[in-house]
Design a protein around this ligand. Structure first.
Ligand code: ZN
Length: 131
């Protein structure tokens, strides 16, 4: 039985599953963004840390992140806009709208995120929350 990927695109096994398992790398910034959304709702804390830029990874509190993920449920993800971030690019921007539930309360997070390649791998740098 194959379940739908939390990011909503395909089955988990043919979408974010192999990325979270480390069997495959994200080809595009959008793939990485989708896999990070999935990692948040699956509680894949190590994956979230590994796919954060080395410059900001140190400022993340692992326990706090794990606790946040535990209380989180993903409802849906919508990609609003992408700039570059393709297989031939070194930087990319992905704007997304994530519908989430935390501690039973539903909310929408809209963010314009920046991604770069570090040693050939896409990583998340930071983002601007969109009002
Ligand atoms: Zn996915």
């Amino acid at each position: 039985m194959s379940r739908r990927c939390p990011c909503g695109r395909r089955t988990f096994e043919s979408c974010c599953g192999p990325l979270l398992a480390g069997a495959q790398r994200a080809e595009t910034a959008e793939d990485l963004m989708r896999s990070r959304y999935t990692a948040y709702v699956e509680g894949a804390v190590d994956y979230l840390l590994e796919t954060t830029s080395a410059t900001t990874r140190g400022s993340i509190d692992r326990q706090q992140l794990a606790a946040y993920c535990r209380g989180l449920r993903g409802m849906s993800l919508r990609i609003v806009d992408t700039v570059a971030g393709g297989a031939a690019d070194d930087t990319g921007v992905v704007e997304f709208e994530a519908s989430l539930k935390s501690e039973g309360r539903r909310f929408v997070q809209r963010e314009r995120s920046r991604f770069v390649r570090e040693d050939g791998r896409w990583v998340y740098v930071d983002g601007d929350v969109q009002g």
